[in-house]
Design a protein around this ligand. Structure first.
Ligand code: ASP
Ligand code: MG
Length: 406
C-alpha cells in the first residue's frame, strides 16, 4: 500500500462528466489498495474568467481581493469532486488552504508555500477519507487568502506530497507524459518512461507546457517521485525521479529546442582580464539574463566575445553592446535574433563517450552550421539558424536512436 497524491488540472475537471471520470480514477486507485490524497485545479477557463471579471471592475484591481477571487474556482472544483466520490459510496472531504494550514508568504498573486500542517490530512487519511485539497491557494500569517501564481496547483500537489512524505505525486493532465522531443516536430517522438529531475529541468522547453518548473525543482529537492500522466487515456505516463534509481543504457534521453534565443558578438575587443566583466556587467545591471557565453582569442590577440540572451531582451542588449564597443574600443557588434538553441540531454552522457561527435556529425551531414556550442555534464547545446530548427531536431532524434523503441 502506497500513499499517493494525485493532482488533477483544469481540463481534467473541465466539465461535470470529466469530474465524474476523475472520481472513477481516484476510486480505482483506492481499490488497488492505495491511500489517495487529491489536489485539484479550477475547472478549465474558470480562473481566467474570474480574473477577467475583476478587470471589468478595475484595470488594476486590489491584489488582495484579486487573490480572494481568483482562488475561488478551486473551491468549486474540490467540492464537486468530493460530491462525485461520495455519490459512489466512498467518503470524501474537500479542504481549503486554511483548513490544512497552507501557509505562504504575503506576495499576493505569486505567493510561495512556507509550510503545510499535515495533521488534518493525516487524520482524514487515518479515518479512510479521501481528502480533496483545493490547489493554487494559501494563507499568509495574517490569514489573508493568497494565490501561488498561474499553474500553481502543481506546486500545491508537490507541497502536500512533501508534507505527507507521499510515495509518489501524480500530475494528471491532458497529455500522456513527457516525450523524447516535441511530437509536432518529430511524429516518431516516444513517451519517456522515466526521466531524472536534472534531465527534466534541462528539457524545460518540452516540460514547461506540462509542468510548472518550480514544482519539478521542489519535488527534486525533496526526492518525491513525480509522475505525469493523462486523465483522458489510461497509461503509466512519465516518472520523474532522481538519478541512481534507474539504469541508464542510453546516452541521450531527449532533445529540446527553443527559439527564445538571440546571439550577440562583440568583435575585435582588446584582450584584457576585465573584458568579460566589462561586457557583462552593464548587461546584468539592465536586468538582462545571459545564457551562453563564449570568448575567442584570435592570433592578433584581439577577442571575439559572444553571448546569448532571451529574444525579448535582444534590442536592449544590442543597444548596450553598441555602447560597450565604443567604451572598450572594440571593432563592431554582430547579432542575429533568428537563431534557435537545440540541446541533447541525458544523464547517460556521464558514462558514454562520443555524444558530441555523434551530434556534430548528424548536424554536419545536413549542412547545418553551428554558431555556438555549450556543454554541461548532462547536456550539449548548439545555436543554429532558426530555419534549421526542425531539421536539426529530426536529425538528432534519429542519430541518437530515439525513433526506435528501447
Ligand atoms: N487554476 C489556476 C490557474 O488556472 C491554478 C492551476 O490550474 O494550476 O492558473
Ligand atoms: Mg497547469
Amino acid at each position: 500500500m502506497a500513499l499517493i497524491v494525485q493532482k488533477y488540472g483544469g481540463t481534467s475537471v473541465g466539465s461535470v462528466s470529466r469530474i465524474e471520470a476523475v472520481a472513477d480514477t481516484i476510486i480505482k486507485t483506492r481499490k488497488q489498495g492505495h491511500q489517495v490524497v487529491v489536489v485539484v485545479s479550477a475547472m478549465s477557463g474558470e480562473t481566467s474568467r474570474l480574473i477577467d471579471l475583476a478587470h471589468q471592475i478595475d484595470s488594476r484591481p486590489s491584489a488582495r481581493e484579486l487573490d480572494v477571487l481568483s482562488t475561488a474556482g478551486e473551491q468549486v472544483a474540490a467540492s464537486l469532486l468530493a460530491m462525485a466520490i461520495i455519490k459512489r459510496g466512498y467518503s470524501a472531504i474537500s479542504l481549503l488552504a486554511d483548513q490544512i494550514k497552507i501557509t505562504t508568504d504575503n506576495h499576493f498573486g505569486r505567493a510561495r508555500i512556507e509550510h503545510i500542517d499535515s495533521h488534518r490530512l493525516e487524520d482524514e487519511i487515518e479515518q479512510g477519507h479521501i481528502a480533496i485539497v483545493a490547489g493554487f491557494q494559501g494563507r499568509d500569517i495574517e490569514n489573508n487568502i493568497t494565490s501561488l501564481g498561474r499553474g500553481g496547483t502543481d506546486t500545491t500537489a508537490v507541497a502536500v506530497a512533501v508534507a505527507l512524505k507521499a510515495d509518489e505525486c501524480q500530475i494528471y493532465t491532458d497529455v500522456e507524459g513527457v516525450y523524447t522531443t516535441d511530437p509536432r516536430i518529430v511524429p516518431e517522438a516516444r513517451l519517456m518512461e522515466v526521466v531524472t529531475f536534472d534531465e527534466m529541468l534541462e528539457l524545460a522547453s518540452l516540460g514547461a507546457k506540462v509542468l510548472h518548473i518550480r514544482c519539478v525543482e521542489y519535488a527534486g529537492l525533496h526526492k518525491i517521485p513525480l509522475r505525469v500522466l493523462s486523465s483522458f487515456k489510461p497509461g503509466k505516463g512519465t516518472l520523474i525521479t532522481y538519478e541512481g534509481s534507474q539504469m541508464t543504457t542510453q546516452a541521450v534521453s531527449g532533445i529540446a529546442a527553443n527559439k527564445d534565443e538571440a546571439i550577440i558578438t562583440i568583435v575585435g575587443a582588446p584582450n584584457s582580464p576585465m573584458l568579460a566583466a566589462d561586457i557583462l556587467s552593464p548587461v546584468g545591471e539592465a536586468g538582462i539574463e545571459v545564457d551562453m557565453i563564449v570568448q575567442n582569442i584570435k592570433h592578433d590577440d584581439s577577442v571575439d566575445f559572444t553571448f546569448t540572451v532571451h529574444r525579448i531582451d535582444f534590442e536592449q542588449a544590442k543597444a548596450i553592446a553598441a555602447t560597450i564597443v565604443t567604451k572598450i574600443d572594440a571593432k563592431t557588434v554582430q547579432s542575429n535574433q533568428n537563431v534557435a538553441k537545440i540541446s541533447v540531454v541525458g544523464v547517460g552522457m556521464k558514462s558514454h563517450s562520443g555524444v558530441a561527435s555523434t551530434m556534430f556529425q548528424a548536424l554536419g551531414r545536413e549542412g547545418i552550421n553551428l554558431q555556438l556550442i555549450a556543454t554541461s555534464e548532462i547536456k550539449i547545446s548548439v545555436v543554429v539558424e532558426e530555419r534549421y530548427l526542425e531539421l536539426s531536431v529530426r536529425a538528432l532524434h534519429s542519430a541518437f536512436n530515439l525513433d526506435t523503441p528501447v
